[in-house]
Design a protein around this ligand. Structure first.
Ligand code: NAI
Length: 779
């Protein structure tokens, strides 16, 4: 065809990228790969094929790791980690800078290999995945350099077990490996079984960059290998990206092990188009939202919500754009939608679409033979429809309409997930009003699927917990250097007798701002050191806990109150506590049998001041992103936090848990110290006189061991903290898998509540979620 004819027809001519270099790299390994352990490749064994999904051809054979391989990898990581951490921030920064440079230098090889193995368009691997990978290493080289100065009092966690999915193989590796290495950890990473090749190429690059042997280990294989990695006793921290189903299994598998855990799971992210949006830009955004990587993206804008008045116009534009999408050979630089990663995934998508009762549109484009699925739009679905609720993980967009911004928010939030959300409006007031109301870890305004190393990424609800990227991403890869002693169960004092004379002095529970009798009617005596009966407390049961959660849920207004107001109320609580200081002090002395009462009251007043101070100073910050625009890292309350208070310091412990939570806008259900519950029950009256709205703080007395599993499995509790001296961490972590709530449990060490470790940044972090709001600007 001549040039003039091409101009006439505007026919597209294929422009394939060469696979030669990548195939030569595979051939140089005889097409067979072992694991990368302790700085070298093991002999290939227990091989299985990894295929090019576009053609179905086998690309190479990779090894299925045995328990012995995983043991070796973990042992290598353990042996290397200490030295790597001691190398210091600057030493690590230099190695990571070299890694970044080498990934950049080999960008084309990485991009082609990724496309061959995964089936994503070369345009995406070349222009999006790989540039984001080296950006991540550059950014985290900087974090290594700054660690000592900016993260005082924190250290590496140790050995990190990391399991990643197939949809962004090298990018997910970078998101996991870069922060881990920067903070001085060693890693054992398992790539997805469909897409391990770029991880193995990365292993080679690690050798060239001078990463000390054992710091990065890569074991390949299927989910069984993932299970071995996450449950290995030598692994201190687990990081997972993948399906919510597997995330839940990992939560249970690691419960009670002392391992820290972050989960980046699925989503069904809303893509909201208001009637005043720039519709053509919103259509282009949609191409990036749902047809990027064939919709095999955890944060894909897969649920389209369009304002009613423009719905038909907008759908028509979307259909017209879909007609122009090119589906085909991912190695062709002109292709928009590549292959689906595996026939299993293809069949899953086909089945889900076949079950639809909406109106299905698929363009009449030429569909190549092989593992391809056409771009699909399904309109006319109700929010409750399974296709609006379940993750399809393919190029399938489901749509519905809304009338008002309030309805848009309600429909957007009508999901068990909370990963990302996109909104389009030319009205900045509307956009900035709606963004904070969306239950999601990331919100994109007038753009979509924007990512950067400086901006945290991660979800809320069943989309998991933890962030990757930004300062907040580092907390998962560091831990506070705690000097405290091992935690010992503090037994209650015992004595004889049950009743107090005279008036009924049984303290009740504190629910919804009122004193309530325990549902079961059971009470128990509280003894002082010499066996003296000091009073009686109610024993809360699961019904009392449910009532307290309901009261906390109802007190939503507190989360919307200003930091200034919350500060004032915390100061007022401090003032009222101090006014009754002598009474609290003698109570503590009776409960503990010691003389520290006055010190404890003074420390509690000071702690309330600390969080009153923080209440209006922990709002978040602004991130410098490489585009015209900005990204806000907004600190939002977690929601309803259930907490088991420490036994060691009955008043100070309760305040140390309550104050950061409510300062940040959460509502709490506290279970008082079992050892000294009367300090908590005396505290009701301080709360009553301090203008705190009912339901913000609810206090129960009862058995930690009995209430912990009820609290952890409650669907309306968003986070559980435990500083109890009872052995409840395991049950809390296991039960929290129900709705994947955040947990912060004792790691077997007793905190010194009087010292610096009893307050501060770790508490504020746990009391907030970071929402990343992207705001591009300009024409
Ligand atoms: P998956 O969650 O099963 O696999 C992700 C990774 O976990 C892989 O490396 C796999 O080998 C490993 N794994 C599997 N079972 C494990 C276990 N019990 N313990 C430890 N590791 C385990 O995801 P899969 O099967 O590849 O895809 C299924 C669905 O998951 C998709 O259709 C999609 O809906 C969702 N998904 C979500 C992703 C996200 O980015 N949020 C990524 C990949 C899948």
């Amino acid at each position: 065809m001549g040039v003039s004819e091409i101009f006439e027809t505007m026919d597209y001519g294929p422009a394939p990228e060469s696979a030669a270099e990548a195939m030569a790299w595979i051939a140089a390994h005889d097409g067979r790969f072992g694991h990368f352990i302790d700085g070298r490749f093991t002999k290939p064994a227990a091989l299985f094929a990894t295929r090019n999904p576009a053609s179905g051809d086998a690309l190479a054979e990779i090894s299925q790791a045995s328990q012995g391989d995983v043991d070796e990898a973990v042992a290598a990581a353990q042996a290397a980690q200490g030295k790597w951490a001691k190398l210091g921030g600057h030493g690590r920064a230099r190695v990571m800078y070299a890694l970044a440079r080498l990934v950049q230098k080999n960008a084309r090889l990485f991009a082609v290999l990724e496309t061959l193995d995964n089936g994503k368009p070369i345009r995406e691997s070349r222009d999006i995945d790989i540039p984001l990978v080296h950006r991540h290493f550059y950014y985290h080289a900087g974090m290594a350099q700054l660690m000592q100065a900016e993260l005082p009092g924190r250290e590496a966690v140790g050995v990190c077990g990391q399991v990643i999915p197939w949809n962004f193989p090298l990018l997910m590796l970078a998101w996991k490996v870069a922060p881990a290495l920067a903070m001085g950890n060693a890693v054992v990473l398992k790539p997805a079984e469909y897409t391990s090749l770029t991880a193995l190429l990365f292993a080679e690059i690690c050798v060239q960059a001078g990463v000390p042997k054992g710091v990065v280990n890569i074991v390949t294989g299927d989910g069984a290998v993932g299970e071995m990695v996450v449950s290995h006793a030598g692994v201190d921290k687990v990081a997972f990206t993948g399906s919510t189903e597997v995330g839940r299994k990992i939560r249970v598998a690691t419960a009670g092990s002392g391992k820290s855990l972050t989960l980046e799971l699925g989503g069904k992210s809303p893509y909201i188009v208001f009637e005043d949006a720039d519709l053509d830009s919103a259509v282009e955004g949609l191409v990036d939202a749902i047809w990027f990587n064939g919709g095999q993206v955890c944060c894909a804008g897969s649920r389209l919500l369009v304002q009613e008045g423009i719905a038909e116009t907008f759908y028509a534009k979307v259909r017209a754009r879909m007609d122009k999408l090119r589906v085909g050979d991912p190695m062709d630089k002109c292709i928009d939608v590549g292959a689906i990663v595996d026939p299993v995934q293809h069949e899953r998508i086909r089945g889900m679409v076949a079950s639809s009762d909406g109106e299905i549109y698929q363009p009449a484009c030429d569909m190549p033979a092989g593992c391809y699925y056409p771009p699909t739009l399904i309109t006319g679905l109700e929010s409750a429809n399974p296709l609006m609720q379940e993750e399809i993980f393919g190029p399938v967009l489901v749509a519905t309409t809304f009338r008002t911004p309030e309805e848009a928010v309600a429909v957007a939030n009508d999901t068990r997930y909370g990963l990302a959300a996109t909104l389009w409006s030319e009205n900045i007031n509307l956009a900035l009003d709606v963004a904070p109301k969306l239950v999601a870890g990331v919100v994109w305004i007038n753009g979509t699927n924007m990512f950067d190393a400086a901006v945290g990424f991660g979800g809320v609800r069943e989309s998991g917990f933890g962030r990757e990227g930004g300062w907040e991403g580092l907390s998962a890869y560091t831990r506070p250097i705690l000097k405290s002693k091992p935690l010992k169960k503090l037994d209650k004092f015992s004595g004889e007798g049950a009743a107090t004379e005279g008036l009924d002095r049984t303290a009740k529970l504190y629910v919804g701002g009122k004193q309530a009798r325990p549902d079961g009617g059971y009470v128990r005596p509280v003894f002082g050191k010499g066996g003296k009966v000091l009073g009686q407390v109610g024993i809360a049961n699961r019904k009392d806990l449910r009532n307290a959660v309901e009261a906390a849920r109802g007190a939503r207004g507190w989360s919307a109150a200003t930091g200034h107001l919350r500060a004032q109320i915390l100061y007022y609580i401090a003032e009222n506590l101090e006014a009754r200081g002598a009474e609290f002090s003698s109570r503590i002395n009776d409960l503990n049998g010691g003389k520290t009462g006055a010190d404890e009251v003074a420390a509690a007043v000071s702690r309330l001041f600390t969080y009153a101070a923080w209440a209006d100073k922990f709002g978040g910050d602004v991130r410098a992103v490489p585009m015209r625009g900005t990204a806000l890292a907004m600190r939002e309350p977690v929601g309803v936090i259930g907490a088991l208070c420490p036994d060691e310091a009955p008043l100070l412990g309760l305040i140390s848990v309550m104050a950061p939570a409510i300062a940040m806008g959460n509502r709490v259900v506290l279970v008082a110290s079992e050892h000294g519950p009367l300090s908590a029950t005396d505290f009701y009256q301080v709360l009553d006189t301090s203008d705190l709205p009912g339901g913000v703080v609810n206090i129960l007395t009862g058995s930690h061991a009995e209430l912990a599993p009820v609290m952890a499995s409650h669907m309306d509790v968003d986070a559980v903290w435990s500083f109890s001296s009872s052995d409840v961490s395991g049950v809390i972590e296991a039960e929290s898998a129900t709705n994947l709530k955040r947990t912060w449990v004792n790691d077997g060490r007793a905190r010194d509540w009087f010292a610096a470790e009893g307050e501060g940044r770790a508490f504020l972090d746990a009391a907030t979620e970071v929402k990343s709001v992207w705001i591009p600007y300009g024409e």
